[in-house]
Design a protein around this ligand. Structure first.
Ligand SMILES: Cc1ncc(COP(=O)(O)O)c(C=O)c1O
Length: 439
């Protein structure tokens, strides 16, 4: 195959890659094609995509049903300004998300505002939070988050995080109280539930007290902060505390939503229905950009007093994009008709059991999983990078965040693919074990 020297060269000279080292000599992969859970680079090497390309692919590459739905919608209507008119895919998708988010006991999440990315959805959700309290005549400006939380790339989202490489140096409109997590290895232990809840109680009580808290915003699995599994009962405890303080409970399911954890949404494992659900990534399986903020009627109705803009001066030119929404509908059909959520649960358990014994390798501190995402906690970020490089050489693409290496293939993966991930990971671990100089 033709080696696209010019593509690498053009990239090197002209593309600014976010979240990447400032080193123009690094040989970037040039991915030319994908099919199922495999991708091929320009030199014809095959890779098993255990980063899920868009970081939460459900349907994998070139799913025929999704590709056909995109072509059909494109031939009919790509978009229409959502402030002026609606379109059929957007209306049907909003109704479908309400169905997907239903639980036995929680209040119904019925109303969706569309955005183009996860970060925008978090921004919009916080705008909703601020306006909600203002409409109720008691403005509040404090948000409680996890210190290690990550909620996106925009200025406001970054200001929510306490991660040193994410948090910007400038100020922001909300007061943020951040709750630290215990060690990533022990965080999932049920005995940490009361300890973490006590830390949130202290956060509520801090500064001007619980009545100053506008919202608690958490991820149900800490992604960028290190692939950390949270203890059971935490989300329910947070929901109760929010209700008591009159604060809104926001769950950021940008990473976990749409089947990844073995349920449609991670909050459904314990029916901890939030007031505001934020989703993106898996919604379109990465085929098109789309984000969603889904609220209860109670939140939405607080805006009824302002007839002009529904009280929400927020929206993008491409909000409710017909093509993106039609894609999401096809993706949800595949997810549900092909039983991909149940499969995430089964294959996730299978992958975790295959990798659990890898703690026997010198540099592996911990192996943990939540649905179809398994994290290997390595001894240091350097070893983690080394493992990712060794795996890439063997045809396996892995996600890395600090010392955490994550395997999260598209949900259409099969038993053979899971076996291949385990085998390539083991070979890579054995190879880096031979590198003596590492801690
Ligand atoms: C939990 C969480 N929230 C928000 C975002 C931001 O989403 P986006 O990259 O689509 O802006 C991410 C992205 O990784 C995420 O993992």
């Amino acid at each position: 195959m033709h080696i696209p020297y010019d593509v690498r060269e053009l990239d090197r000279r002209h593309v600014w890659h976010g979240w990447a080292p400032f080193d123009h000599t690094i040989d970037k992969l040039v991915i030319e094609r994908g099919q199922g859970y495999l991708v091929w680079d320009a030199e014809g090497h095959t890779y098993l995509d255990a980063i899920s390309s868009s970081l939460n692919s459900t349907c994998g590459y070139q799913h025929p049903q999704v590709v056909a739905a995109i072509a059909a919608q494109m031939a009919q209507l790509h978009h229409v300004d959502h402030g002026v008119a609606t379109n059929s895919p957007a209306a049907r998708l909003a109704a479908r998300i309400a169905e997907c988010a239903a639980t036995e006991s929680g209040p119904a999440l019925t109303r969706t505002l569309f955005t183009n990315s996860g970060s925008e959805a978090v921004e919009a959700a916080l705008r909703i939070v601020a306006e909600f309290h203002r409409h109720r005549g008691e403005p509040r400006d404090r948000v409680i988050t996890f210190e290690a939380g990550y909620h996106g790339s925009t200025n406001l989202c970054q200001a929510l995080s306490g991660l040193p490489h994410v948090r910007p140096a400038y100020g922001h409109p909300f007061t943020v109280t951040r709750v630290p997590l215990p060690d990533p290895v022990t965080a999932r232990d049920p005995e940490y539930t009361p300890l973490l809840l006590a830390a949130f109680d202290a956060a509520f009580a801090a500064q001007d007290g619980p009545q100053s808290v506008a919202a608690v915003l958490v991820e149900p699995f800490i992604n960028v902060g290190g692939g950390i599994v949270l203890p059971p009962g935490l989300l329910l405890g947070l929901r109760d505390r929010c209700a008591e303080a009159g604060a809104l409970f926001l769950i950021d399911e940008v990473f976990t939503g749409y089947g990844r954890t073995g349920r449609m949404f991670a909050f459904q494992h314990e029916d901890a229905t939030p007031d505001v659900l934020i989703s993106s990534k898996g919604l379109t399986s990465g085929y098109l950009p789309l984000g969603a903020v889904t609220t209860t009627d109670a939140v939405h109705l607080a805006f009824a007093a302002d007839r002009a803009y529904g009280g929400l001066p927020y929206g993008h030119t491409t909000s409710g994009h017909a093509l993106a929404c039609a894609t999401a509908l096809a993706v949800l059909d595949v997810l549900q008709n092909e039983g991909l959520i149940e499969r995430a649960a089964t294959l996730g358990t299978d992958l975790l059991s295959k990798l659990a014994g890898f703690t026997a390798y010198r540099h592996v501190r911990d192996v943990r999983g939540f649905g179809l995402v398994v994290t290997l906690e390595m001894a240091s970020p350097d070893v983690a990078q080394l493992l990712v490089a060794a795996a890439r050489e063997r045809g396996l693409l892995l996600r890395v965040q600090g010392s955490a290496v994550m395997a999260m293939p598209p949900l259409i993966i099969d038993e053979r693919g899971v076996k291949d991930i385990a085998a390539m990971l083991e070979e890579s671990l054995a190879a880096i074990d031979l590198v003596g100089a590492l801690r």
